[in-house]
Design a protein around this ligand. Structure first.
Ligand SMILES: NC(=O)NCCC(=O)O
Ligand SMILES: [Zn+2]
Ligand SMILES: [Zn+2]
Length: 484
């Protein structure tokens, strides 16, 4: 069994900052204390020793809009490790009519190449007795979060009756409901009108998905989750309209989580007005980038705690793939990359500017993810017994982001030219050193599936409250005779 000692660093967790060494044996953290010795030493002088990042929102090798996203589990998890992320949660996406277990098998075949640990969310893209039945088996296998698309009409979108049925099923299974919140009917109408009026360029994509369509769908999903009595996680929260709905719900005691992306926090809508078609099309994603007011709202949500997690929605397409939409923005594959850049970008634009603390950085990139998705403290923690998914973070190390040096398979980077300070000196995945001072030492297939628990404390509390406050018939001494 290999023993590694991380020496002379400062441990930063979601709630503590302190000096200590960390011993790693057999992929687990086995001791935390002063002056540890007796193994291969990694020098963390001047560095922060933090739980490795967990990206809860990726689409690796995903069939979408007539093609496949270009990063698979090999290049995607290699990119993750390079940026200090040690686990991803990808989406198993049944095509309409396909069984959930069948889709799960397809994703399990793809993920055998992963360099770091992974899990899946299941997507509910259609509704039937088979889907209802298979949700139980999926949950029993440790896949306890289920995503629903309120957008992509005619493809992945589900209607409100299907959403309600699925949310009720999830309440009974102790799962977590997730939504992509955009009103797909309105987006479809706006897109058709824009195209008819000659708006065919990538900027048409942004015009077709204004913040209002996201705000409406977020409010609707929150209401339906509340009626069903299930916790709700809103993916890629991009604007104040959606954040406001989440903030209000949380203040009312509802169990709702919001997930901004690093792209929405740091890139704005002006990208779509670039005169270069490729530049604009490469940044087409749903929801689109917003203006500075919305960005400020997202940053405020992270420091106030009304938004819980920062993800990437990594769904990378090459320039050639983006060109499928030349002449019709609705055919540009939706999605951008970010796996390698999430942690350095958030550190640079969040911690270094004082928008969030180091501990909040750990919370939103790792610990909150582990807690919300039922795998804490195995993941998301620097504590004895936890998996040794660790990033030794050098706050003095800097680089300029460039596609030339990235791990991702695509030919550009939406953060191209951004100077970042704060990078991994070492990244450990279950004790294995995968990044050593900038050198990536990948091990294809090292990654393992991480099953997650259902019926967490939030489910239990919410169900108890819903049972206590459920409508009940009033007991009366008698019923009056009918008036007819
Ligand atoms: N976000 C995006 O544009 N592409 C990935 C699929 C999704 O999450 O909606
Ligand atoms: Zn989405
Ligand atoms: Zn997504």
């Amino acid at each position: 069994m290999t023993t590694t000692i991380i020496k002379n660093g400062t441990i930063v967790t979601h709630d503590l900052t302190y000096r200590a060494d960390v011993r790693v044996d057999g992929g687990k953290i086995t001791e935390i204390g002063a002056n540890l010795s007796g193994g291969t030493e990694l020098d963390a002088t001047g560095c922060y020793v933090m739980p490795g990042g967990i990206d809860p929102h990726t689409h690796l090798e995903m069939p979408f809009m007539g093609t496949y996203s270009a990063d698979d589990f090999e290049s995607g998890t290699r990119a993750a490790l390079a940026g200090g992320t040690t686990m991803v949660i990808d989406f198993a996406l049944p095509s309409p009519g396909q069984g959930l277990l069948d889709a799960l098998q397809m994703w399990s075949n793809k993920s055998t190449r992963a360099h770091c640990d992974y899990s899946y969310h299941m997507a509910i893209t259609w509704w039937s007795q088979q889907v209802f039945d298979e949700m139980k088996e999926v949950t029993d296998r440790g896949i306890t979060s289920f995503k629903h698309f309120l957008a992509y009409k005619g493809a992945l979108m589900v209607n409100d009756d299907e959403l309600f049925a699925s949310f009720r099923r999830l309440r009974d299974l102790g799962g977590l409901a997730m939504v992509h919140a955009e009103n797909g009917d309105v987006v479809a109408e706006l897109s058709a009108k824009l195209l008819a009026d000659g708006n065919s360029g990538p900027e048409g994509h942004a015009y077709s998905r204004p913040p209002q369509v996201e705000g409406e769908a977020t409010n609707r999903a929150i209401m339906i989750a509340d009626m069903a009595g299930v916790p709700l996680y809103v993916v890629h929260t991009s604007c104040e309209d959606s954040h406001e709905a989440i903030r209000r719900a949380r203040q009312q005691g509802k169990r709702v989580y919001g997930e901004p992306l690093i792209q929405h926090l740091t890139l704005d809508e002006s990208e779509y007005f670039n005169a270069d078609w490729d530049h604009a099309a490469r940044r087409v994603m749903s929801p689109p980038f917003r203006n500075k007011m919305h960005q400020d709202s997202l940053w405020a949500g992270l420091s106030a705690g009304s938004l819980s997690v920062v993800a990437t929605d990594h769904c990378a397409f090459t320039t050639d793939q983006k060109r499928f939409g030349a002449g019709d923005f609705t055919k540009i594959p939706n999605g951008t990359g970010g796996l390698e850049d999430r942690m350095p970008m958030l550190w640079t634009y969040g911690v270094m500017t004082g928008r969030i603390t180091m501990n909040e950085f750990v919370a939103v990139t790792s610990t909150n993810v582990a807690k919300i998705f039922g795998m804490y403290p195995r993941k998301g923690a620097i504590s004895v017994g936890s998996d040794a998914d660790i990033v030794v973070w050098d706050p003095a190390k800097s680089k300029t982001i460039s596609a030339k040096h990235q791990q991702s398979a695509i030919d550009y980077n939406v953060f191209e030219g951004k100077a970042v300070t704060g990078l991994p000196r070492y990244t450990l995945t279950r004790g294995r050193v995968a990044v050593n001072d900038g050198a990536i030492i990948g091990a294809e297939g090292h990654g393992e599936f991480v099953p997650r628990a259902a019926n967490g404390p939030v489910n239990t509390a919410l169900s108890a409250w819903k049972d206590l406050t459920a409508p009940r018939p009033i007991q009366r001494s008698g019923i009056p005779a009918s008036g007819v």
